[in-house]
Design a protein around this ligand. Structure first.
Ligand SMILES: Cc1cc2nc3c(=O)[nH]c(=O)nc-3n(C[C@H](O)[C@H](O)[C@H](O)COP(=O)(O)OP(=O)(O)OC[C@H]3O[C@@H](n4cnc5c(N)ncnc54)[C@H](O)[C@@H]3O)c2cc1C
Length: 482
């Protein structure tokens, strides 16, 4: 596997944006024989695509918006990816506790869960319901006051960054597939009617011009900001950016064996908050609020953190969880596409994707969900294949990924020095953060401490001499890592 650090001057197609959507289109295009370069400003999957709720799901919540085609498609993709990447995603039962005064009683939950399984063509493991005692047995510590039972349905949990990376590694097996990270597109011009893109290396600052017959922008939440810079696109805003935050709690403080779905009814409206165990840590989220941060540096606010903690304490009143129990947090922006019905209500805005064509040789894709990435760009791939006189096979991407990463997320064990070297040689990390956060799946120093008794500093300083041959790293990087 190799990245094209020596850029050519011409490419048939260039994809800008190396999140899951760009990665999915990249794989589809190169598997169908189209020479393609994927360009990413930071590390692959270092923005929205590593900040999701880490679920492959149909979106049980969207049933209430009557988004049946989306739920149908997402459920089929979920069940496909559970088969294609068993080392990166697994099916687990989600418990939806129901209380006496709830807006949706147990019978209504039963109808919804049946519909969910039906829309999966009964490929989901079948839903069940539990009475109060069974629920308390399976979810110890859950608030028993007013509990009537729980609906239990099946969805997938995943390592979002790892799937994106492995989709890219798999694509790079194909001839004429090139990918480069830490390289930003800083200018686009039409010269002799051709797209000329200026790419800037994040470390050296060196700028290189390349020409692309076809450009695809898969910029997620960065779409409007980027395209508005270029008058020839005549771009009008299409996004309704929606910020979502998560916290990680140590599994020692919140011992859960199954994910639960909390359904608070409060000033934020009709939300759901997922509480999902991932080994030694538990993911809690999400919120849905307008974004005020710079798009590249989005962080949870104090208010969002308190909101998540408050609801955890309603569902688990004896645990008295507070900020001390948080071992990490992150936020991302859902790149929702505005629709006529949604107004400013982010929760009600459809999660469907949209494809735009601002000029004959340029496509823009926005919206969608992580789970549906494979089918999102299919329309674009088909049109590009047609343009280049190639046949298009829509099923090529229904195949397992061929390059598993060195460290698998669910059976995490302390990597050896050989593992680290192998990762540096084959998985394209360029910084210490790329290595630790996305290749080793360790987002914070406190999570490292939960995973292993080996001190973070000691471990990396021991391997520093080997690592600096491949990636930028100093003792200070190790100490600064939060
Ligand atoms: C809080 C939250 C929870 C979610 N949970 C789920 C979930 O559980 N399941 C699910 O299916 N979906 C979920 N989603 C939705 C899903 O995460 C997103 O739809 C998806 O990750 C978007 O991917 P993307 O590739 O479009 O965007 P991104 O991952 O943001 O990729 C766009 C890339 O473009 C790059 N870029 C920007 N400017 C430039 C430039 N000038 N040059 C080169 N590159 C550039 C960025 O660095 C970025 O990496 C969630 C989203 C959020 C925010």
């Amino acid at each position: 596997m190799s990245s094209d650090t020596h850029l050519k001057t011409n490419y048939k197609t260039v994809i800008v944006g190396g999140g899951i959507v760009g990665a999915g289109i990249f794989r589809d295009l190169v598997m169908n024989g189209v020479e393609t370069l994927l360009v990413e400003a930071g590390d692959f999957s270092s923005q929205t695509s590593e900040r999701s709720s880490k679920m492959l799901h149909g979106g049980i919540r969207y049933l209430e918006n009557f988004d049946f085609p989306l739920v149908f498609e997402a459920l089929h993709e979920k069940n496909l990816w559970l088969k294609l990447t068993p080392h990166l995603a697994k099916e687990v039962p989600f418990y939806l506790p129901v209380y006496k005064d709830a807006k949706r009683p147990l019978w209504m939950i039963r109808v919804g869960l049946y519909l969910y399984d039906l829309l999966s063509s009964f490929k989901n493991s079948p839903y069940t319901t539990k009475n109060k005692n069974e629920t308390l047995h399976d979810i110890p510590g859950l608030n028993p006051n007013g509990l009537t039972g729980a609906g239990v349905y099946y969805d997938g949990i995943m390592d979002d960054a790892k799937i994106t990376l492995e989709v890219i590694y798999d694509a790079l097996i194909e001839p004429h597939a090139y990918a480069i990270n830490h390289t930003k597109v800083v200018n686009v011009r039409k010269i002799n009617n051709k797209n000329t893109l200026t790419l800037k290396d994040e470390f050296t600052g060196v700028e290189t011009n390349i020409v692309a017959d076809q450009v695809v922008y898969a910029l997620g939440p960065f779409t409007d900001q980027f395209l508005k810079q270029y008058s020839f696109y005549n771009w009008q805003d299409v996004l309704l950016p929606s910020k979502g935050s998560h916290i990680w709690i140590s599994a020692k403080d919140l011992p859960l064996t199954h994910p639960i779905v909390m359904t608070p009814q409060d000033e934020f409206g009709d939300r759901v908050i997922f509480v999902i165990p991932h080994g030694e840590k538990v993911l809690v989220g999400t919120t849905e609020v307008p974004n005020k941060d710079d798009l590249f540096h989005v962080k949870p606010t104090e208010e969002e953190i308190q909101y998540l903690l408050k609801n955890l304490n309603v569902y688990f009143p004896n645990l008295n969880l507070n900020k001390e129990n948080i071992i990490g947090s992150f936020a991302g922006i859902r790149p929702l596409v505005r629709d006529a019905n949604s107004g400013a209500d982010r929760g009600k805005t459809s999660r469907e994707h949209r494809v735009f064509q601002p000029s004959s040789d340029t496509y823009v894709i926005a919206g969608g969900k992580y789970t549906t990435f494979r089918v999102m760009g299919r329309e674009i791939t088909q049109k590009i294949c047609h343009r280049f006189g190639l046949s298009f096979n829509r099923d090529k991407t229904e195949t397992p990924l061929r390059r598993p990463s060195v460290v698998a997320p669910f059976e995490w064990k302390l990597p050896t020095e050989e593992d680290l070297i192998q990762i540096c040689k084959t998985e394209m990390p360029k910084t210490f953060e790329d290595l630790v956060v996305r290749r080793l799946s360790v987002p914070t120093r406190r999570i490292w401490a939960e995973k292993t008794s080996k001190s973070f500093d000691e471990y990396f300083e021991l391997h520093l001499h080997s690592l600096i041959k491949y990636i930028k790293i100093t003792n200070q990087d190790i100490r600064n890592f939060k």
